[in-house]
Write a protein that binds this ligand. Structure first.
Ligand SMILES: [Zn+2]
Length: 345
């Protein structure tokens, strides 16, 4: 996999990688999980950390200092991301700081309105000030109609044992409200454009060697002679070893060479599609347009595409490195053999 950068390999499969997770992002996600454990409470560790470092202050506004244990500093450092992953659900508001907890659509009143005119207005005030009989009463604190509307979106559930945080990252589908590492990791990681082309790589049942060959072809990273030359590697003969006529490039050996044409013609005949494709993108488009023929057909089409690509590449390598030649009929036979094995395996 030396032809693809480590960074790209770490993308999710639908975003052009192989789904590896970089250690740095796993570490960040683990730190976020720790921050969640701290605010959701219920453990001796969280209670101890709270009593030692937050005391009667507020977790969301306290300032890190040198006396803080390193774990607590890590928790504080993740507050901003944490806000985007949680929502407050009220029992009666008595456990929620009116000004400083981010209970209004992931923001605090302090974030939205700035500091109150009198600092003492913040002290000891909880959301119970504006909840009566299980309903929001924002007018009791002279909130504007606009802010009142945002407040109403916070759920009150008098049946809860207490006000609580639920895990609900922005953009993630609503779950159980419990922490999930997958959605936590997605919140931390960098994202890249999605491409459905990669479903032609990561098809279930496809041999790994074929997946990787199609993957590198899609990314344009197979080490053909034209690319080796461009890297400064001495290439005595730049010609394609399959036809010995044209310079070797990915476009040539997979889509223009006479051998490639024989193979695509046969695969197109079996699949019942048009064989005028000029690149991997064209083939993928044609096959995708026909996916209405059913899941089984579409899977077979992807298996045939991958087996064809891999056998052309294998034949090229055997001719270069082993000086062995298999005639087109033999290659087609090998493709059929592998397709049947993968279809029935
Ligand atoms: Zn050729």
């Amino acid at each position: 996999m030396h032809a693809v950068s480590w960074e790209q390999l770490c993308h999710p499969r639908k975003e052009g990688g192989v789904g590896l997770r970089p250690l740095l992002e796993i570490r960040e996600a683990s730190a976020l999980k720790l921050s969640w454990r701290f605010i959701s409470g219920g453990s001796l560790w969280a209670a101890w950390m709270h009593s030692r470092y937050v005391k009667h202050g507020n977790f969301w506004t306290c300032t890190p200092d040198n006396n803080h244990y390193v774990t607590f500093k890590t928790v504080l450092r993740h507050r901003r991301v944490l806000k985007s992953a949680i929502r407050r659900v009220m029992k009666d508001g008595s456990g929620t700081d009116l000004w400083r907890d981010p209970w209004i659509d992931r923001s605090s009143l302090l974030d939205i309105r700035g500091s109150p005119t009198h600092q003492e207005d913040m002290r000891g005030l909880t959301c119970s000030r504006i909840i009566r009989d299980g309903e929001w009463r924002p007018e009791l604190y002279r909130f504007t109609a606009e802010l009142g509307g945002s407040i109403m979106s916070t759920i009150i559930d008098p049946a809860l044992p207490a006000d609580r945080w639920i895990w609900e990252p922005t953009g993630a589908s609503s779950g159980t409200g419990e922490f999930q590492f997958r959605s936590c990791y997605n919140l931390i990681r960098r994202t890249f454009p999605l491409s459905s082309d990669y479903e032609f790589v990561w098809c279930k049942g496809l041999a790994r060697k074929m997946q990787l060959c199609v993957y590198k072809l899609l990314l344009g990273r197979l080490l053909t002679r034209d690319r080796l030359s461009s890297f400064g590697v001495p290439v005595p003969d730049p010609k394609c070893v399959l036809c010995c006529l044209e310079p070797e490039s990915m476009k040539h050996i997979f889509f223009e060479c006479t051998l490639a044409w024989q193979i695509w013609s046969e695969q197109s005949r079996v699949l019942g599609v048009c064989a005028s494709e000029k690149c991997i993108g064209d083939i993928i488009s044609v096959l995708r347009d026909c996916r209405g023929r059913g899941q089984d057909w579409f899977r077979t089409a992807r298996v045939r595409l991958a087996a064809s690509v891999w056998h052309v590449w294998r034949e090229r390598n055997r001719r270069i490195f082993e000086e062995l030649v298999t005639p087109p009929v033999g290659i087609l036979h090998n493709i059929e053999f592998d397709v049947n094995a993968m279809e029935n395996g």
